[in-house]
Design a protein around this ligand. Structure first.
Ligand code: ZN
Length: 386
């Protein structure tokens, strides 16, 4: 008796030792870290969007400023064109006046009218007077017309300069519009990814809240070192002989043994067939899915860890044609784990059920795993056809 007790203590120590440094299962901290990671990512995205928005606002202000400048220049051009027009009218008026002066003093028609007018004077004084008055008037008009022509030239130059300036402003405006669109496109692409990140935060936060509610601490292994699945009950099960007094159930509602357990070096589990080729498979006890994958022959393999009064127990299900759970999901005896099948090395549809006290995907080596095989009949109801 003392020897057995010592063995149990040593075994417990070995399991604890194996457990602590090698565990791969999800801890609450992993979910908390994920929440933090995605929250940080969201904050970065929001900061970038805010920065982009500020840049766009600045560009918009600059564009509106340019538009004002363009409008002012256009107004100025309009004003200059009016001035040019007025100057032209003034020139025409002066030309007309000069013509009229000439006509007024013209005594007879002909090319030499001016000379005839000048020389038609009665006295030399009169002649000088006549010449000087015509010269003064025409000279004055010439002077005014010259000044007007200069003004037109200046105004035309100004108009041209303003038009060139507007062309540059238009170009700058286009560039700013392009820049604005590029930033907005960047913002849009960031915005597209935001819902996904928010969803990640929501999903992980939900996990954190769920497990915290169940009393889990950061470094706890979810469903294993905290929030251990409740002891199974037969409530809701019509076939009461499917579930044993210890809470373990048969992995199918209907089935029959096709090959028995022979332990290390032999058949490592039990094979169960069913008349329904796609019989639903149930976990033999509540637990946490620790592995979903394929073996070297291509069989679907699912592994579940169970906590039996503080001791870990593992069940492996092979050959299923469909698997409905993923790693790190908790399962109860009421969950359909998958459907019976013949994936991998199998001659017909059946379930291969294997049980151990450690698992090579979880807390021990494959050699240790083979040494710790247990007969499923130690746990599930001992019936060979049901
Ligand atoms: Zn088998």
């Amino acid at each position: 008796m003392k020897k057995i007790l010592t063995s149990v203590i040593i075994f417990t120590l070995v399991v604890s030792f194996l457990l602590s440094p090698k565990v791969h299962a999800t801890t609450l901290k992993e979910y908390e870290d994920a929440v933090n990671k995605y929250t940080k990512e969201l904050q970065e995205k929001e900061a970038k969007i805010a920065k982009n928005d500020a840049e766009v606002a600045q560009i918009k202000a600059r564009i509106s400023q340019i538009e004002n400048e363009i409008a002012a220049a256009l107004k100025e051009i309009e004003q200059l064109e009016i001035e040019i027009d007025n100057s032209n009218k003034e020139i025409a008026k002066k030309e007309d006046e000069s013509k009229k002066i000439m006509e007024y003093y013209q005594l007879s028609e002909g090319e030499n009218a001016y000379l005839e007018y000048a020389f038609g004077a009665q006295t030399i004084t009169d002649m000088i007077y006549r010449v000087s008055i015509v010269e003064q008037l025409t000279e004055y008009n010439n002077q005014v017309m010259h000044e007007l022509e200069e003004l037109i030239k200046t105004n035309q130059q100004k108009t041209e300069e303003l038009a060139n300036k507007n062309k540059e402003l238009d170009k700058l405006k286009d560039e700013l519009q392009d820049q604005k669109e590029r930033i907005q496109a960047d913002t849009d692409s960031i915005l597209e990814t935001v819902p996904t990140v928010k969803e990640q935060i929501r999903v992980y936060q939900e996990q954190v809240n769920y497990w915290k509610n169940k009393g889990c601490k950061s470094n706890d292994i979810l469903g294993v070192t905290c929030a251990v699945p409740p002891k199974v009950s037969s409530s809701g099960f019509a076939a009461s002989d499917i579930i044993g007094a210890n809470g373990f159930r048969l992995p199918m509602d209907h089935g029959y043994l096709t090959q028995n357990f022979s332990g290390k070096g032999g058949h490592m589990g039990i094979d169960i067939g069913s008349t329904n080729k796609s019989e639903p498979i149930f976990p033999i006890a509540n637990g946490l899915v620790i592995y979903v994958g394929k073996d070297s022959a291509g069989a679907n393999v699912v592994k579940i860890v169970h906590n039996v009064n503080g001791n870990l127990l593992f069940s492996t299900y092979a050959h299923m044609r469909a698997v409905y759970f993923k790693k790190n999901q908790t399962v109860t005896i009421n969950d359909t784990l998958g459907l019976m099948g013949m994936t991998g090395n199998a001659t017909g549809p059946h379930l291969h059920l294997e049980m151990t006290t450690c698992d090579w995907t979880y807390n021990c080596t494959y050699a240790q795993y083979k040494n710790q095989l247990v007969s499923p009949w130690n746990y599930i109801p001992n019936i060979t056809r049901w």
